[in-house]
Design a binder for this molecule. Structure first.
Ligand code: FES
Length: 318
């Protein structure tokens, strides 16, 4: 996978437990263009790659901005980014990719939960520039835990941003039902944040009769996994007929790598889809956030970076 060397020009405290990083190309060249909703792979340390949404104005080519929440529930990536990445460091990143692109709509409802504000703010910047109709709602536990409040307060679209704090008064609380009731038939909603927030927003919209094509979302990070019941299983490679044991506590990707079988990986959290592998026999135990429920039910592919097996053996198209 091609990477780009960038320097960390600044590392700032954006809010409690949220660090902001500004990245510029090491050779002074313009960075690859991106669109609102895009993310980059950040190589934090050897073998540790995490994805972060870009949160600057997509018109900018001289820098990328990301924000990282220190999340105790994460698998080490956010902690490492906070501790190991410092101003002046040169790191490798991937070119921007976008699975959360803005599409055409009469009106946009942009909803951010916590650190999910990063792509949503970028979308607001973009929509404000194009003169589109939109409203942004930003939910956070408290003002201390909300990033970019200064930036929002100084933005030309600040009157279209509504802040909702769990710690705040009843009148400012986030009311999804009221938003849905006010939205017109041509409104599309874009939501990013923790899984519970997205499930609440998307579930409410579906419950109010919104068609699926009007609901756009991006999960931020992997869902918490309970690995306590994990057991060993075997995988067989269709090409060689060779069988390998995948012990509890080790991913299929990591176990196979020890035998020289290198499946491309990126997020290692079941979010990006880089590692997707076809399953020819056996039933995977899907633990990703990438596939739809229908795709999971087909059981003909899985994400070996995090998913396991419900049967004793999986035969893989490798
Ligand atoms: Fe991202 Fe497996 S590496 S889904």
């Amino acid at each position: 996978m091609n990477t780009i060397a960038v320097r960390i020009v600044s590392k700032t405290q954006e809010a409690q437990d949220i660090a902001g990083f500004e990245l510029a190309s090491e050779d002074g060249q313009a960075l690859p263009p991106f669109s609102a909703g895009a993310h980059i792979d950040v190589h934090i340390a050897d073998g540790l790659v995490r994805q972060y949404s870009l949160c600057n104005d997509p018109a900018e080519r001289h820098r990328y901005r990301i924000a990282v929440l220190r999340d105790p529930a994460s698998r080490g990536g956010s902690q490492a980014a906070h501790e190991r990445l410092s101003e002046g460091d040169v790191i490798q990143i991937g070119a921007p990719r976008n699975h959360f692109e803005l599409g055409p709509a009469d009106d946009y409802l942009l909803l951010a939960g916590g650190i999910g504000v990063t792509p949503i703010l970028c979308m607001a910047e973009r929509l404000a520039k194009t003169g589109a109709r939109f409203a942004m709602h930003y939910c956070a536990r408290s003002p201390e835990r909300a990033a970019f409040l200064d930036r929002i307060a100084g933005a030309p679209f600040r009157d279209r941003v509504h802040l909702h704090f769990d710690s705040g008064a009843a009148g400012q609380k986030f009311d999804m039902a009221a938003l849905l009731a006010q939205a017109g038939a041509g409104t599309h909603l874009y939501v990013c944040g923790p899984q519970g927030f997205i499930d609440h927003v998307a579930g409410s919209a579906r419950g109010a009769g919104w068609a699926e094509h009007r609901i756009h979302f991006e999960y931020f990070g992997a869902a918490p996994q309970d690995a306590s019941g994990d057991a060993a299983f075997e995988v067989k490679l269709a090409s060689s007929g060779q069988t390998y044991v995948i012990p509890a506590g080790k991913s299929v990707c990591n176990a196979l790598l020890e035998h020289g079988i290198d499946i491309p990986i990126s997020c290692e959290q079941g979010v990006c889809g880089t590692c997707i592998t076809r399953v020819l026999e056996g039933t995977p135990d899907h633990r990703d956030l990438y596939f739809t429920d229908e795709e999971k039910a087909a059981n003909d592919q899985f994400t070996p970076c995090c998913s396991r097996a419900k049967t004793g053996l999986l035969v893989l198209d490798l």
